[in-house]
Ligand binder design. Structure first.
Ligand SMILES: Nc1ncnc2c1ncn2[C@@H]1O[C@H](COP(=O)(O)OP(=O)(O)O)[C@@H](O)[C@H]1O
Ligand SMILES: [Mg+2]
Length: 397
């Protein structure tokens, strides 16, 4: 029996990790290459025992089980075992041929998909994985809303919003929207290199007659796949928009998008609070210096007084360097809150990507800053096991 030594992947702890059960080397390589943008295959093995051990060892989130024509029973036994023992693990069956019985059995066992590469070619693995990640949210038509905030401007809210939307799109293949609520003057348009022609003002004006087709055709779609609703690039009268209109707009958008990332303005206006209220997660940005941490602490106090649940509030430490005066543990100590993620300081990669109107993932995928953002996206969707070792589908199950 031939097995591969586990492949170690230092430094990319944010990426979804997977395993392949097969004795077919070529197939294993095809899967590994295809899913590489969002999932690192850590081990390939034809031994059931090794697969089971590797799940623990690598905190694997998914497993591709190759079921050969002549070994359907053995393969199904493994799938059954995986589904029982590791209910949080996402299992894909890779079958040699289209067999309705096998597909039915697999679906009954709760696998995410049955992939038949001979019918669909090598390109089928990544779409199958993305589809599985985005499916539940799409079905529900009740998208997740993640809002980014800092009281002080210039801390990276726009930068991280754009790149988080991009990473969520990459991870889920879902229908992702980046919403700029800086209604006085937005700069998502500038960062994404587009001129805002359909803005929240237009959407709110036409809210009542907005159906799916009209909405989707009015929005700008970035080449990377996510949609953008940018605010005007000229100073506008934000005051004429009321809190209820913001709530109604987000409610409508949730019906049409799987994930919405909001670039919030740096204020405590009724509009901002309405958007925060509508969010599943409110992420407060903080930089590794005392002034910024103190400001974040004020924000924390403010939201706590409003009884905004601690489970929805999270902190992101942006622009971290080795020589930062405050390191993550210091920030956590002052805030008395754990950080959801840290994001490295990388002026070079950011200035290049902004000049081209591209998210970091296009040309700077290997930089630490991009890996940090990928990890953040995976984490807020419950794909990286938390301290409680919740499976990556924990949020959806
Ligand atoms: N992690 C980072 N590393 C380096 N520069 C950053 C980082 N995050 C943001 N910046 C830079 O900081 C400036 C302000 O960021 P921006 O996203 O516009 O902040 P905000 O929207 O909070 O006002 C921009 O020039 C941006 O490129
Ligand atoms: Mg901004």
């Amino acid at each position: 029996m031939q097995t591969n030594a586990p492949i170690s992947a230092p430094g990319d702890n944010g990426r979804l990790t997977g395993l392949v059960y097969t004795r077919d080397e070529t197939l294993a390589q095809d899967i590994k290459r295809a899913v590489q943008p969002i999932c690192r295959i850590k081990a390939v093995s034809a031994s059931v025992q090794e697969v089971l051990q590797s799940i623990e060892q690598y905190d694997a989130g998914i497993c591709f089980v190759h079921i050969r024509n002549d070994q359907v029973e053995d393969g199904m036994a493994l799938v059954g075992q995986l589904r029982r023992v590791h209910p949080g693990l996402g299992v894909f069956i890779v079958a040699d041929r289209k067999d309705p019985d096998l597909i039915l059995q697999g679906l009954r066992l709760g696998v995410l998909d049955v992939i038949i590469p001979t019918a669909n070619g090598k390109d089928c693995f990544l779409p199958a994985l993305q589809h599985a990640l985005g499916r539940k949210a799409t079905e529900g038509r009740n998208g997740f809303v993640y809002a980014l905030f800092s009281l002080k401007g210039g801390q990276g809210v726009t930068t991280l919003s754009v790149n988080l939307a991009d990473q969520i799109q990459l991870l889920t293949g879902g229908r992702v929207l980046l919403l700029d609520l800086n209604l006085y003057l937005g700069d998502v348009g500038a960062v994404a290199n587009i001129s805002p022609d359909f803005t929240p003002f237009d959407l709110i004006r036409d809210l009542a007659r907005m159906d799916e087709n009209l909405l989707i055709s009015s929005l700008y779609r970035h080449a990377r796949g996510f949609y953008i609703l940018p605010s005007p690039a000229v100073i506008s009268d934000a005051e004429r928009i009321h809190r209820d209109q913001i709530s109604a707009m987000i409610k409508l958008l949730k019906r049409h998008f799987t994930h919405i990332v909001i670039d919030l303005p740096h204020d405590f206006s009724e509009r901002t609070l309405a958007a925060a209220e509508a969010s599943d997660r409110l992420m407060v940005l903080v930089e590794p210096d005392l002034v910024s941490v103190k400001s974040a602490q004020q924000v924390l106090n403010f939201f706590q007084e409003l009884n905004y649940g601690d489970d929805r509030l999270a902190f992101l430490l942006n622009r971290l360097t080795k020589s930062s005066v405050l390191q993550p543990e210091d920030v956590e100590m002052v805030l008395k809150q754990p950080l959801l993620a840290t994001v490295a300081n990388d002026w070079t990669a950011l200035s290049r990507s902004v000049r081209k109107g591209e998210p970091l993932g296009v040309a700077h995928g290997r930089r630490r800053i991009t890996r940090n953002l990928h990890e953040l996206a995976a984490r807020i969707m419950g794909m990286t096991p938390t301290a409680r070792r919740r499976g990556w589908l924990g949020r959806f199950n």
